[in-house]
Design a protein around this ligand. Structure first.
Ligand SMILES: [Zn+2]
Ligand SMILES: [Zn+2]
Length: 356
């Protein structure tokens, strides 16, 4: 019996895309390129189409689904009792009458990129495929976890080391060895500078502007269709989906490139004053020249400590919050303090030692 001549009607489609028929070769009589929808059975010997025999056709052999009664219900499902593939619309097996609720989908062909090496347009060599699958299954899959475990142990140990040492407290004694203050006033000058850039990148206050037309590069990103993916729908049909990629290219457009002059405040010098515990804390005298201004003031009030048990170590430097705090320190005054596990002073634990 010949398959019915398909009517020239609009092809059924999912989401508007054309639906094509997978091909299959009859393994009983050797008939090739049978159609996934039109030939549910081999027209020569009557053998039933098996989902694993299906393959994507070559470009010349591509045929649309034209059967007006065709509707997509999902991938075929294998009968859990006799393994017979059934349409997803069926509730009971066509072969044994078994209940198909909960039946698993048949295996689909892996999607291929049209025109790639995987897209051969020929049936799979099922004997070779089974052999390869058995070989892969026979190979013992052993994952060596030892390096991962060692890395995790090392990371945990490292953080435990940090945590423990940051929270350790070792008592110590300090003596104030010196008190120093520094005050700094920055002086800025309004300098005249030149620059060149695209007109929209110029500083707003630019002047003496002279521009010329130049080609300006822009990066343009586009979504480009680079290919087509063939996707098996599991019921003897497949669809083709476009593959998109973002492509960047450089485009040139004429624009104004300008040379210009602008004024900018730049630091030119510091006015610095400093002294010890007995000197009054003062700001230096600022003599501003033309186009000059004060840029900012900074004060550093430092207390230097030596360790009572190691007086020859480099003095420890403490920065007081303000003058009131700095004035509470006196040279030769003793303090108790704590060190953490790394030997850093915990300044918040600093306490003046009660006179004995
Ligand atoms: Zn056949
Ligand atoms: Zn069955």
């Amino acid at each position: 019996m010949l398959p019915p001549t398909p009517p020239r009607s609009a092809p059924p489609s999912a989401g508007g895309e054309p639906v094509y028929q997978m091909l299959w070769d009859c393994k009983f009589c050797g008939t090739q390129k049978l159609l996934g929808v039109d030939h549910r059975f081999c027209p020569s010997c009557g053998a039933k189409q098996e989902p694993e025999w299906r393959y994507f056709p070559s470009e010349e052999d591509k045929k649309l689904v034209t059967d007006p009664k065709y509707a997509y219900h999902g991938a075929d499902r294998a009968c859990p009792y006799c393994q017979q593939p059934n349409s997803a619309a069926a509730q009971f097996c066509v072969s044994c009458g078994g209940d198909l609720s909960g039946a698993a989908e048949v295996a689909r062909k892996a999607s291929v990129v049209a025109g790639s090496a995987e897209d051969s347009g020929k049936a799979d060599d099922l004997v070779l495929k089974r052999f390869q699958a058995e070989q892969a299954a026979a190979k013992p899959k052993k994952t060596n976890w030892t390096p991962f475990i060692l890395i995790v142990v090392a990371i945990v140990a490292f953080f435990a080391f940090l945590f423990i040492n940051a929270n350790r407290r070792i008592a110590g004694e300090l003596t104030v060895s010196d008190l120093q203050w520094t005050r700094v006033i920055a002086v800025e000058r309004l300098n005249t500078l030149t620059g060149s850039d695209w007109r929209d990148q110029m500083p707003p206050a630019a002047y003496n502007v002279s521009c010329s037309t130049r080609d300006r590069p822009y990066t343009v990103t586009e979504r480009v269709q680079t290919g087509t993916r063939r996707v098996d729908r599991g019921d003897g049909t497949f669809v083709e989906q476009p593959i998109f990629e973002n492509r960047s290219r450089t485009e040139y457009r004429p624009d104004q490139f300008c040379n210009y002059t602008y004024d900018q405040w730049q630091k030119v010098r510091d006015v610095r004053t400093s002294g010890g515990a007995d000197d009054p804390i003062v700001w230096g005298a600022v003599n501003l020249g033309t186009r000059e201004r004060e840029g900012g003031r900074e004060e550093r009030l430092l207390v230097f400590f030596t360790k009572v048990d190691k007086p020859n170590d480099k003095p420890l430097e403490y920065r007081a919050r303000d003058e009131a705090e700095w004035r509470t320190f006196e040279i030769r005054q003793r303090y108790t303090v704590n060190y953490d596990g790394f030997g850093n002073v915990v300044w918040s634990d600093l306490k003046v030692q009660a006179p004995r």
